[in-house]
Design a protein around this ligand. Structure first.
Ligand code: G3P
Length: 214
């Protein structure tokens, strides 16, 4: 399973990249706004840090506007993946990107029918938002299972990118289901390595090591 980081904070991205486990980056308008910097400046900075797919989201909600933005974003760097919301105008843009060899990440997916449409339109990635479904008492990971089942049934090439991840259990479930990608906040990436028995065991080894004659 590929690991993407879900942030626009270049410091966090740099740190996560230093672990040697990072395959890509996803951003959204909210994450960009938190940086306080202009959109294209942040995206260019991220492209210098990570050599992998970098999702940058359009903010138009009409086909013509999205098409223009998609073209501009794709010009920034060859690793740019244009992130497009799952509305009908967005699907038209996904199809246009597919025909123009621009990679896409279809975002704000909350249902299997939406995911089916995205695959038919030629999306590179589909982003089911599991945490936001959990927030409204729907099983977010059930959606991921349904999408994987549908995509496997028809051999769709669209990759399932689990998004809106809130905790390590989302990552475990995504991996068990065979999701292609999991995008995680920096905090969740760091949680994955932690186990209290590892810390206790290491402390004991360090303590005992002191007793070994030098
Ligand atoms: O990048 C999209 C997604 O991961 C957002 O997550 O936590 O705002 O629902 P969240």
């Amino acid at each position: 399973m590929k690991f993407f980081i879900d942030t626009a904070d270049v410091k966090e991205i740099r740190e996560a990249a230093s672990y040697g486990l990072l395959d890509g980056v996803t951003t959204n308008p909210t994450l960009i706004a938190r940086t306080g910097k202009p959109f294209h400046t942040v995206i260019k900075e991220i492209c210098e840090v990570v050599d992998g797919p970098i999702s940058a989201e359009v903010t138009s909600i009409d086909f013509e506007g999205m098409k223009r933005e998609a073209g501009e974003l794709a010009e920034i760097h060859e690793n740019i993946v244009v992130k497009i919301p799952l509305i009908m105008e967005g699907l038209k843009c996904v199809r246009w990107c597919f025909e123009n060899n621009i990679d896409t990440n279809v975002t704000l997916c909350f249902s299997p029918t939406q995911a089916l449409l995205a695959a038919k339109a030629g999306a590179t990635y589909i982003s089911p938002f599991v945490g936001r479904l959990d927030d409204i008492s729907h099983e977010g990971m059930d959606l991921v299972a349904q999408i994987i089942e549908i995509y496997n049934a028809y051999d769709y090439e669209t990759e399932v990118l689990v998004a809106s991840v809130r905790h390590p259990l989302h990552v475990v479930e995504a991996a068990r289901m065979g999701a292609d990608v999991c995008t995680m906040p920096f905090s969740v990436i760091n949680q994955l390595v932690k186990h209290p028995l590892t810390d206790l065991g290491l402390a004991k080894f360090m303590e005992d090591w002191k007793k070994v004659p030098k």
